[in-house]
Design a protein around this ligand. Sequence first.
Ligand code: 3H9
Length: 707
Amino acid sequence: MTELVRLTRHGEVAVITIDNPPVNALSPGVPEGIEALLHEATTDSGIRAIIVIGAGQTFIAGADIREFAKIVSGERPRLSLYPFLLAIEDCPKPVVMAIHGTALGGGLETALAGHYRVIAAGAQMGQPEVKLGLIPGAGGTQRLPRLAGVAKALEMCVGGQSIGAREAVELGIGDKLIEGDLLEGALAFARAVADKPAPKTRERNEKLATAHPALFAGAREKTRKAARGMTAPLAAIDAVEAATQMGFADGCRRETELFDECLYSSQSRALIHAFFGERSVAKIPGLPKDLKPFEITRAAVIGAGTMGGGIAMTFANAGIPVLLKETSNEALERGMQTIRDNYAKTTAKGRLSPADAEQRLARITPQLGYDGFERAEIIVEAVFENTAVKKQVFSEIEKIAQPGCVLASNTSSLDIDEIASATHRPQMVVGTHFFSPAHVMRLLEVVRGRETAPQVIATAMALGKRLGKIAILAGNCPGFIGNRMVGPYLREAQFLVEEGASVEQVNQALCDFGMAMGPLAVDDLAGLDIGWAIRKEFARYEKPGVRRPRLPDVLCKIRRFGQKTGRGWSLYDADRKPSPDPEIAELAEKAARDAGISRRAILDEEIVDRCIYALVNEGARVLEDGIAIRAVDIDIAYLYGYGFPAWRGGPMFYADTVGLARVLARIEEFERQHGADLWSPAPLLKRLAHAGQNFAEFDRKKEAAAY
Ligand code: 3H9
């Protein structure tokens, strides 16, 4: 095993190199190793200055996140980096932190304890702990305001966004920007400061007085809206405020109290689950490790509607030239205008330079025919959500596409095997379910058909990553993972309106739970006509005699299609701002009468339980059917595609948090009230609950069996 930390001498400068791949996290042994080598260098009379640098791609990407669960469970003692950082700061010889790659979380905190920081031009620095439901826990909230000023430190600790090298130097976090070789630059810097009195960050109090009194109140107000439901960003505000109210040592004690509250919270467990989950969904058991995805350098998209246009933009944004085909000039021009408008909005917000927008736009070639399709390495069909239409398109593209071309269907719920049957090469066909708007939403469901070749799956997954998406592999069934589960969730929301809840109450209860939008507001945004078309497509699967929501069809028949027609579950003004419509209550009363249901007052708790447990119950079936590989795949799909609150970890993680026995008991209660057709508990959920297990253990066992 290689050493985690090593010391080399460059004349009178000692270089301590951290070598803990992949990201030089502060795993057990790393801080201890740095401290021991610091001591060695300090006691060596031939050394006049010390550099701390990272081997490989990066400086230190933070504390080792895997350790937190062990600390919480009591398996490992609490991690305190304060003594280690004080040892750096109190080192009698100048300590120069040489930063490249990322200095994040505990990594930045380590850098702040050094006397100087020299930064490679491409480096990024930040305190992203809030994204893990934590706050900086090694003095970051106390040292950062002393270097960057209170307002900037507050912004960084509360928002978790990184800053670049240049800004870091301008702010005073960095002392020198290094354009060339980092070690060479650091050595020159270290020699220049050797023997000079070294500044201690914790004693540099001059910037602490810069905070405007209204800063913290304003930050709290903004954060309550922007990070609705999350506790860590508010705790980060308290910790930074403490830096302005008390001395360094007391400020660190306050930071520790707040850090511990966050560490032992279910929110941090959920967000850490999401962090690792986001990375584990890319690992597909059963795919040979040496399997090389096809190279994608040219793409083609069929259909320039909302989805097709967004998908074309996604390719163009990733630097992949794309042909965009429509059937009429009007449709093509409409599609291109939407694309141009989208880029114009992004440039107006300052998120993209006009030159970059032009370059991206130039990568999209609008056309009516199939010219050039024969050179595309992937063709994505994004036409109307109708199996017959899609099959027709596939039978056409099969005649043109080169043999190694991946044939992808952008469908949100249709049978990928049925679509593939229109070709003689079903092994090349895969589903790519982009979410709307496709150039914005991070989730991509990759749907594996019965005959999809492993290399095609690997290509779609790798392409997802290249397009900046979180790709999740799903099996083929109506609705795949996400929309199959959304069915029962939405059904319950609609039933609840028929049973007596108002549209606003249902939406609000789920927003209060943490969902980005209420279910009926999402329905209105997506368009009720979409659900109507899907219901017609899947009518053959419906079991006769089972209760179905009546209102959606009623609303569609009177052309209440949602936002697009100005009215759906709610009324919408020209700015798409919703307001309640009394007509819905009348229609709901009639629907209830027709269904023989007596309306009643409904508590928010019931609304949340019915909607969320409907998701969980279907999720368990999706898992048992092998449609999702792991429970965490479902969780990540819901975080990135359906507005599920990340701080609850996803529906399956949430069910684990509640306890599967409790979830099962509630589902059985709903089964008694509403019948087994709607609410029979999923067999997997029952088995796990009866065995005292949870979905996380299910995943662990599956993982162990796969590798
Ligand atoms: C903290 O520091 C708290 C302190 O304030 C106080 C403590 C008392 N630990 O993302 P990638 C793994 S909290 C453990 O695919 P990239 C990752 O799981 C921490 N493992 O690469 C993956 O493993 P695998 C604050 C970590 O190049 C592999 O490394 N820091 C850690 O796309 C490669 O990662 C953060 O929140 C870690 N800290 O992105 C930074 N980081 O191959 C979190 C990564 O088995 N990390 N791994 O799947 C990141 O943001 C990105 O990983 C980074 C690299 C930008 C560094």
